[in-house]
Design a protein around this ligand. Structure first.
Ligand code: MBD
Ligand code: FE
Length: 273
């Protein structure tokens, strides 16, 4: 049996009271309760519970934990990270993808540094993203397992460079219980296109974050990201690539884009964020 836990008891008791108060305030009927009960049971059964939790609650606790601290801004991890993505060892780094992977090629480059600007050699960048159809491999869609997921290490000067494709905006599946719920609330189900990262380095706090692309329709402050996880510092400009040497390094023959970001980590416990 579990033992009394003061923190859990304090927070959970207040959450339960808040729900009970709202049931009373709105005179929720027994038959309405049965409908909601069925929907919640279906949510759990569908496997979308992690998605639902991250959509409605993760950005609140992420902001409470990290806002106002120096260094790169964090944001939500979301439900689509998979551990153990392959460590890419052969430069130039290319995220695992199909030979005919749809989407505009993009070279993502930058550095990982400490707050004082010192380059962090051997920092681990775990990167994952949706494809050009807005889906994450291993969840829905027809991309092979592990597609557009990989880990790379920074070089001696703290820099990195990896080629991938530009992700599409993400839409919560309309047919599932989370999408159904958003429809009932009159809300759209979109997130702006984004890259995901977990960046770790010995002696530094892990940085869980995302980068977005300026001009994206779903960045709108009023009617944008359904998850509410965008922060201004995480929106980057992408430019057209015009470096033939860079293009040939990756075997790119057509147009491609370049995105840059310098990640700044706080010193601290590598196991806590
Ligand atoms: C996503 O792709 C995502 O990143 C988050 C945080 C929630 C739902 C879908
Ligand atoms: Fe995502």
């Amino acid at each position: 049996m579990a033992e009394y836990h003061e923190r859990v008891a304090t927070v959970a008791t207040d959450i339960l009271s808040a729900i009970q108060e709202q049931l009373e305030k709105h005179n929720v009927t027994h038959s309405e309760y049965r409908v909601a009960w069925k929907w919640l049971a279906g949510l759990a059964e569908s496997g979308e519970l992690p998605l639902f939790l991250d959509v409605f609650f993760e950005s609140v606790v992420e902001r409470l934990t990290h806002d106002g601290k120096p260094g790169s801004q964090g944001t939500v991890q979301g439900p689509y990270h998979l551990p153990d993505a392959p460590l890419l060892t052969e430069e130039p780094f290319v995220l695992p993808m199909r030979d005919d992977e749809p989407g505009e090629p993009i070279v993502f480059t930058g550095s990982v540094r400490g707050l004082d600007g010192s380059p962090l050699e051997g920092a681990l960048i775990d990167m994952w993203q949706a494809g050009n159809d807005g889906t994450y491999s291993g969840f829905v869609g027809d991309a092979p397992p592990g597609n557009l997921r990989g880990r790379i290490r920074t070089g001696a000067d703290g820099t990195f460079q990896v080629r991938t494709i530009r992700p599409a905006a993400y839409q919560i599946p309309a047919a599932g219980p989370t999408g159904e719920f958003l429809s009932l609330l009159g809300k759209h189900a979109w997130r702006p296109a984004h890259f995901h990262f977990i960046i770790t380095a010995e002696g530094y706090e892990p940085l869980i974050t995302q980068l977005y692309f300026s001009g994206d329709r779903w960045l709108d402050a009023g009617d944008g990201d359904v998850v509410g996880a965008v922060k201004d510092d995480l929106v980057i400009d992408v430019r057209e690539g015009d470096d033939p040497e860079l293009a040939s390094r990756y075997g790119l023959t057509g147009p491609y884009q370049i995105a840059e970001y310098d990640f700044v980590l706080r010193q601290g416990d590598a196991n806590v964020s």
